[in-house]
Write a protein of this length. Structure first.
Length: 247
């Protein structure tokens, strides 16, 4: 019987934290399947970078907010075809705005992708991992899900919900050898933060004890640790990678 390839699935793997996580898990020896919604050229770049380093990767166009599409992806590409060892729920968007001005569409879109999408993927992965009696699930939350943030009630609600989802899933799946944890990044150098004004960036950094922004690679290292055997007795936890940033 052919042994199935040890595989990590990363949603939203073409930029920022998702890209760094895909590269890091490939370095750890996993075959990496990552998803994207737009810009296939970026997906091709990630695959090429992983393969150049001697790893294996495949990119899949997938809207994680589409429950049927997620179910089809896991049925067609994962179940019985690979060993699903790791799922990293990273896909997410922001549509910031003050409460009194926020439109329903902006609130719902963030919840759909950042929270519901993570649930859809977690549910499908749980079915597979529970049967094989092993697996690691890591949800990418955020420091604002722990402390709140003005102008981001939709994003904060989604990330806080993701932390709660992590704790509940850990309780349900622990008996099957599956760990579920979250990583809560702080102020990280990504495309999203690059769009902020210099004044806003300086304001955030002033509140970080380490007095600098974090990197996507530092977040990826935390994810890789939670996916490793070294974290075998860690579940239901939120690992903050934030330079000490609390308010």
């Amino acid at each position: 019987m052919t042994e199935l390839a040890s595989t990590a699935v990363v949603t939203g793997g073409t930029r920022g934290i998702g890209r760094a996580v895909a590269l890091r898990l490939a370095q750890s020896g996993y075959q990496v399947y990552f998803t994207y919604v737009s810009k296939p050229e970026l997906a091709e770049e990630v695959v090429a970078e992983i393969e150049k380093a001697g790893g294996t990767a495949k990119a899949f166009r997938l809207d994680s907010a589409d429950s049927d599409a997620v179910s089809t992806f896991f049925a067609d590409e994962i179940k019985g075809k690979v060993s699903l060892d790791v799922l990293v729920n990273n896909a997410g968007i922001t549509r910031d705005g003050l409460i009194m001005r926020m439109k329903d569409d902006d609130f719902n879109a963030v919840i759909d992708i950042n929270l519901r999408g993570a649930f859809y993927c977690l549910r499908e992965a749980a079915k597979i991992m529970a049967k094989q009696r092993m697996g690691r699930i890591v949800n990418i939350a955020s420091v604002v899900g722990l402390m709140g943030n003005a102008g981001q009630i939709n994003y904060v609600s989604a990330k806080a919900g993701l932390i709660g989802m992590t704790k509940s899933a850990a309780r349900e799946l622990g008996g099957r050898g599956v760990t579920v944890n979250a990583v809560a990044p702080g102020f990280i150098e990504t495309d999203m933060t690059a769009a902020l004004s210099e004044e806003v960036r300086k304001g955030y950094i002033a509140n970080i004890p380490l007095k600098r922004m974090g990197t996507s690679e530092e977040v990826a290292d935390a994810v890789a640790w939670l996916a490793s055997d070294q974290a075998g007795y860690v579940t239901g936890q939120t690992l903050s990678v934030n330079g000490g940033m609390y308010m």
